[in-house]
Ligand binder design. Structure first.
Ligand SMILES: Nc1ncnc2c1ncn2[C@@H]1O[C@H](COP(=O)(O)OP(=O)(O)OP(=O)(O)O)[C@@H](O)[C@H]1O
Length: 252
């Protein structure tokens, strides 16, 4: 299978002068098309930095990141913005939605920015995504009038509106109760089955257990990885145990 993301010798240094932090230190990483990869590791080990770098939201200090055959650092700012908006989706712990727009308009925003003119098709796509994620009927709600779980579902719809090739998710269930978290993970598994690659950052082994492969980070490096079978709705406990055992083995 082809790589959707190839990172080589990635170095990320924040700050300058005496106040420098090396957040990533020669990281090599590959994500295959269609893969669902989770990144786990202690606080400050570089998980979010890796997600920011691989999604082009932040630039590297050294090394290279390719999206397919495209070297991200070689793109002009507007070219990178286009790739990010049309081929990548991002969700965070707390979706940042605009307060003066209803849920539907927030979901449509990346497509409107993309200049897509076929508003009927777009409306239908938004409707289908809202149905799939279980928030149809809430189109006209203000973002303050929905639950955290519903807002995260809207965040997923927004991330998928331009049919991205990869979804980056940084602690997407971190603010949710365990039932909502399970439902969101079920949605992500479904999205992955339909072909969208996923890179998920989490500190929770139960959440990482939905992925096909786990990368473990420590002190700015990937120090270990664990391949799993594709999740088929079973063996959740055994998968979680495996992850916890490997974390203990590598001392994280
Ligand atoms: N904008 C920034 N400026 C300076 N240092 C930063 C910045 N962002 C992150 N860092 C530092 O880089 C290192 C890696 O941070 P990062 O947020 O990637 O870790 P993480 O594994 O995602 O942590 P957490 O689980 O706490 O979110 C840490 O030492 C952090 O303090």
């Amino acid at each position: 299978m082809e790589n959707i993301i190839t990172g080589k010798n990635i170095v990320k240094i924040y700050g300058n002068g005496t106040e420098q932090t090396k957040a990533l230190d020669m990281v090599n990483v590959e994500i295959k098309k269609g893969e669902f990869v989770a990144v786990m590791g202690p606080s400050g080990s570089g998980k979010s930095t890796l997600l920011f770098i691989l999604s082009g939201m932040d630039d590297i200090s050294d090394g290279s990141v390719k999206f397919g055959d495209t070297e991200l650092s070689k793109l002009r700012e507007n070219e990178l913005a286009d790739v990010r908006r049309t081929k990548m989706g991002v969700i965070f712990q707390q979706p940042t939605m605009l307060k003066n727009l209803n849920l539907l308009d927030n979901i449509l925003l990346p497509a409107v920015r993309d200049g897509k003119k076929d508003t009927v098709a777009l409306g239908q796509r938004a409707k289908a995504l809202m149905q799939k994620t279980g928030i149809d009927g809430l189109e006209n709600r203000d973002i303050t009038e929905v639950s955290g779980g519903q807002l995260q579902r809207a965040g997923i719809c927004r991330a998928l509106i331009n049919a991205p090739e990869i979804l980056f998710a940084d602690e997407p269930t971190g603010a949710l109760n365990s039932k909502s978290a399970e439902e969101i993970m079920g949605l992500l598994v479904g999205i992955n089955r339909e072909g969208t690659s996923i890179l998920l950052v989490t500190h929770d082994a139960k959440i990482a257990a939905y992925a096909d492969r786990i990368l473990f980070t420590k002190d700015g490096n990937i120090v270990s990885e664990l391949p799993l079978q594709k999740f088929n709705g079973k063996d959740m406990e055994a998968r979680t145990e495996k992850i916890l055992a490997q974390m203990a083995a590598v001392g994280i």
